[in-house]
Write a protein that binds this ligand. Structure first.
Ligand SMILES: Nc1ncnc2c1ncn2[C@@H]1O[C@H](COP(=O)(O)OP(=O)(O)OP(=O)(O)O)[C@@H](O)[C@H]1O
Ligand SMILES: [Mg+2]
Length: 223
């Protein structure tokens, strides 16, 4: 049973209802698929030791989950976040798009205070989980904003855990195949969506966990 304080801290982390149950215990490493199994086992083991050994002084305080849609990135990131909450760190889940929208709304005089406060906590908390980093279209404002958020956390040696399905050669991703179907952001490089400065800091700040090439768990469940 969680104590009152532990419950409060977990509620403060603002994990969306859909992911509240996500944990290491209910993560399936797909033993029937040797390629996926190897990747997922490595991913789970890295994520597990990260959560156990955090914090890391001044080096690579964060994690970057990178891979195709439905491969368990958010699930594992939340599993890590919950362990860190249980260890007493102040953690916060933010959907990337939602964070940008809140910041936009914070400029509004009448309704902006709560949004400003939310953005401030994204700057200041011990561990920020930025889910679906780089989703959607990029503008100069988006690029400047994400760069300044990441730079702030970098300068204050604060951890970022990010998930993305954008590609990056630094994470071992092959070049984008031509004619790739669908509307997936796997069609883009991370640098195209968040800019080269934010991208480069992120790699400096984070250990990389790749789930690229693993089958989509959402499809599997549907079978
Ligand atoms: N290996 C797994 N074991 C158990 N549940 C899983 C696994 N992979 C994914 N899931 C579940 O499948 C759903 C989709 O996974 P998740 O949201 O973590 O994928 P994602 O990689 O973050 O995808 P996207 O890039 O679309 O955000 C979630 O409900 C998650 O809990
Ligand atoms: Mg996700």
């Amino acid at each position: 049973m969680l104590s009152g304080r532990a419950k409060r801290m977990l509620a403060n982390a603002a994990i969306p209802p859909l992911f509240r149950q996500a944990s290491f215990e209910n993560f399936n490493t797909l033993p029937d698929n040797p390629v996926a199994h190897k990747r997922l086992q490595a991913a789970m083991s890295l994520a597990g030791s990260y959560a156990r050994e955090f914090p890391y002084g001044t080096k690579q305080q964060g994690l970057l989950f990178i891979g195709d849609p439905g491969t368990g990135k958010t699930h594992l990131a939340v599993a890590v976040l919950k362990r860190l909450v249980a260890r007493g760190f102040e953690c916060l889940f933010f959907d990337y798009q939602n964070l940008l929208e809140r910041l936009r709304s914070s400029y509004d005089q009448a309704s902006g205070a709560a949004h400003r406060e939310a953005y401030q906590s994204a700057l200041d908390c011990d561990v920020l989980l930025l889910d679906d980093l780089g989703a959607h279209r990029v503008t100069d404002w988006v690029e400047d904003t994400i760069t300044s958020l990441i730079t702030h956390r970098y300068n204050h040696n604060k951890a970022v855990i990010a998930t993305t399905n954008l590609r990056d050669p630094e994470a071992g991703d092959a070049p984008i195949p031509s004619g790739i179907a669908g509307d997936s952001s796997s069609r883009y490089y991370l640098t195209e969506r968040i800019g080269s400065r934010a991208r480069s800091r992120l790699f400096e700040m984070c250990r990389v966990i790749s789930t690229r090439g693993v089958e989509d768990y959402r499809m599997r469940k549907g079978r």
